[in-house]
Design a protein around this ligand. Structure first.
Ligand code: SF4
Length: 365
């Protein structure tokens, strides 16, 4: 796994600081903001940077791995948090761990407390690489709607090159928010919103919130009317797989304005680990219900995609829909993947995928 935290020496600071690590001489248009710290010395096991006359020693060998990274450091700590990695297309800012749902397979179970980092994240966005795509996730980001929109709108004005993918449970959009949504510009923001069933009772049961389905439909309608780009997301579960085809019909009838529908495999972490035995659906053993849903969506003009499906677990005619969706820092491959010609196109596995398997039929292509 790629480390998202690096050991470092302590700096004499009393508030969190955001820095950009610079190792090479290449300059760019965002370098004059005072956050840049330059490499002064490279030893075999660590790199040294000059931070306003103080030495910051970072435990890593290869400067090219962190050149241009935007990092966060807290007072009294000896850890650098890599907020935005310059060499990665998979950067996500976790803006809160609070959530008003408790989805049975949630990979990032909610916490009660919120640490407000919006100011720090706004600063980090100013020195992000040109054209970077940044994920915004939680918890539920819209529980802190005012701060979230303020951060995104500020980035829209000052860094119009940035693209955002915001994951939200769709429980908190109001009519009054649509002005901000429109100002954000659909070309720059994609809203990733989960719907787990066309059956309202089942959806509410999966997200563990009464009335969630009805509130979600209100939000989706508002977003649809405002021209927002929407990625509808459905985690595949034993609970919902039988009705996946009905869901394709529902989406085409009621949510035809979405950009596309992503069907996603589960993660064996967080609450997902607790319900893995009951809810993991082995699509390598039975792809039929998924195929029917994809075909139905196709016929009805809904674009579909598959996330987190190892390519060899998907029948050949459907493989072109399967994307390399797992973020680089948590993406692994198994022993059998070594000689597989499809590996460059395959999503592989989450680092926490059960070692004793889960998919019954996998094999190099
Ligand atoms: S064997 Fe190939 S297709 Fe299957 S999971 Fe490994 S890399 Fe992907």
């Amino acid at each position: 796994m790629i480390p998202l935290r690096l050991s470092c020496s302590r700096l004499p600071i009393d508030t969190p600081i955001v820095l950009r690590l610079r190792c090479s001489g290449t300059d760019d248009q965002f370098s004059a903001r005072g956050n840049d710290v330059w490499l002064t010395r490279a030893e075999s096991s660590h790199l040294e940077f000059d931070v306003q006359g103080f030495t910051l020693s970072v435990k890593i060998e290869d400067p090219s791995e962190i050149d241009g990274d935007v990092v966060l450091m807290f007072p009294q700590q000896t850890t650098l948090h890599r907020l935005i990695r310059a060499n990665s297309a998979h950067n996500t800012l976790l803006v809160t761990e609070q959530c008003d749902q408790a989805c049975i397979m949630c990979s990032q179970p909610p916490k009660k407390r919120h640490a407000d980092m919006f100011g720090v994240f706004s600063e980090a966005l100013q020195i992000a690489p040109f054209g970077a795509a940044i994920g915004i996730s939680g918890g539920e980001p819209l529980l802190h709607k005012e701060a979230l929109f303020s951060m995104l709108l500020n980035a829209r004005r000052t860094r119009p090159d940035l693209l955002f993918h915001v994951l939200t449970n769709g429980q908190h959009f109001d009519k009054e928010d649509m002005k901000d949504v429109e100002e954000l510009d659909p070309k720059h923001v994609l809203w990733g919103i989960p719907l787990y069933s066309e059956n309202s009772c089942l959806h509410d049961r999966i997200v563990k919130k009464n009335g969630a389905f009805a509130r979600l439909m209100e939000s989706l309608a508002l977003l649809g009317r405002s021209g927002a780009r929407i990625e509808l997301r459905t985690v595949l579960l034993r609970s919902n797989v039988a009705a996946l085809e009905d869901m394709a019909v529902f989406v085409s009838r009621n949510l035809a304005f979405i950009d596309y529908w992503a069907i996603m495999q589960m993660e064996n972490i967080g609450f997902g680990r607790r319900v893995w035995k009951e809810e993991f659906f082995d699509n390598s053993a039975n792809f039929a219900p998924i195929a029917r849903a994809l075909d139905t969506a196709d016929i009805r003009g809904i674009e579909t995609t598959l996330y987190n499906f190892p390519l060899c677990s998907v029948p050949e005619p459907y493989r072109r829909r399967s994307l390399r969706s797992i973020s680089d820092w948590k993406n692994v491959y198994m022993a059998q993947c070594g000689g597989c010609s499809a590996r460059p196109l395959c999503s592989g596995f989450f680092a926490w995928h059960p070692k004793n398997g889960a998919f019954s039929k996998l094999g190099a292509i």
